[in-house]
Design a protein around this ligand. Structure first.
Ligand SMILES: C[S@@+](CC[C@H](N)C(=O)[O-])C[C@H]1O[C@@H](n2cnc3c(N)ncnc32)[C@H](O)[C@@H]1O
Ligand SMILES: [Zn+2]
Length: 272
């Protein structure tokens, strides 16, 4: 039987996992089956007690349909540029909260990186693992990452929860964290269409004992959505979808055109 070393560790005993046939196993004989789509579930039952398990089918499909249309291609390119400028070809990359792998796949196509993604949503990983056979994907929590201490050169964290102390644990001493976050004016016109009193985003800039912000690339441009499907898909992929009442949601149902500002920050952090 051929054994391949995985990027992941066993969630039970924290030993290295190896891939053999259709499962992952550690030397203590803990085994985890690989799903038919190609991801492995490393989420322990006590970690899955949260009410929501990440993005559901509807959000995942909406995001995939929206991203496929290329509206966030400039962000995808900006992330790839930061990766190529800061990593060598053998680097180990972990995409935390990777979703359907839109950014994971773009980064994987740049070089021979050893890249894996984790997400708490099986629905998202179904897409990611079907599309990107060259990457490893695991269902896991960002707050209990299935990576060994000091084993990762770069964490990608795109619009996903950040667990800084676990990020710091898994990064090598010279490791980096690349985050994409919404900036002040992100989706402003969508919020104006929905709410009587819209609020701007308040981006958090982190500079503490764990991470030092070394550069920020700001991206701001307008996208023109010319059908209701695109508008609704964008809405469904945001946290506003589950927070907005029926009356306000109705305002979008008759809209067929909307020009919207997208405003991102791509932040590069060094581990302290
Ligand atoms: C806004 S989406 C971003 C997905 C992807 N990075 C992208 O930009 O296309 C946030 C992702 O974080 C995942 N997520 C939410 N809570 C999580 C957690 N505690 N651990 C891991 N992933 C989580 C969701 O399932 C979802 O796929
Ligand atoms: Zn084990």
């Amino acid at each position: 039987m051929v054994y391949n070393m995985s990027c992941f560790i066993c969630p039970v005993c924290k030993e290295q996992l190896n891939i053999a046939d259709r499962s992952y196993a550690c030397t203590n004989s803990h085994t985890f089956d690989i799903s038919k789509d190609g991801y492995v579930n490393l989420l322990m039952s006590q970690q899955s007690s949260a009410k929501r398990h990440g993005d559901d089918k509807l959000m995942v499909r909406a995001r995939r349909d929206f991203l496929e249309k290329g509206f966030y291609e400039p962000l995808q390119k900006a992330l790839c540029d930061v990766v190529s400028d800061n990593l060598t070809s053998e680097s180990v990359i972990a995409d935390v909260g990777c979703g359907e792998g839109y950014y994971t796949g773009a980064v994987a196509s740049l070089s021979e990186y050893r890249i894996s993604g984790i997400d708490i949503s099986k629905d998202a990983l179904r897409y990611a693992s079907k599309a990107l056979k060259e990457c490893e994907f695991a269902v896991a929590s960002a707050f209990s990452l299935p990576y060994a201490d000091s084993s990762v050169d770069c964490i990608l964290n795109v619009f996903a929860p950040s667990a800084y102390s676990d990020f710091s644990r898994i990064l090598k001493d010279d490791g980096i964290l690349i985050k994409a976050v919404p900036f002040e004016d992100h989706l402003w016109e969508l919020k104006c269409a929905l709410y009587d009193i819209p609020y701007k985003n308040k981006p958090e800039k982190r500079d503490d004992e764990l991470f030092r912000l070394t550069s920020t690339k700001e991206l701001k441009y307008k996208i023109k959505l010319t059908c209701n499907d695109d508008i609704m898909n964008l809405f469904k992929m945001t946290p506003y979808y589950y927070k907005t009442g029926r009356k306000e949601t109705q305002k979008l149902i008759s809209l067929n055109e909307l020009e919207i500002t997208v405003h991102f920050g791509v932040e590069l952090y060094e581990k302290r």
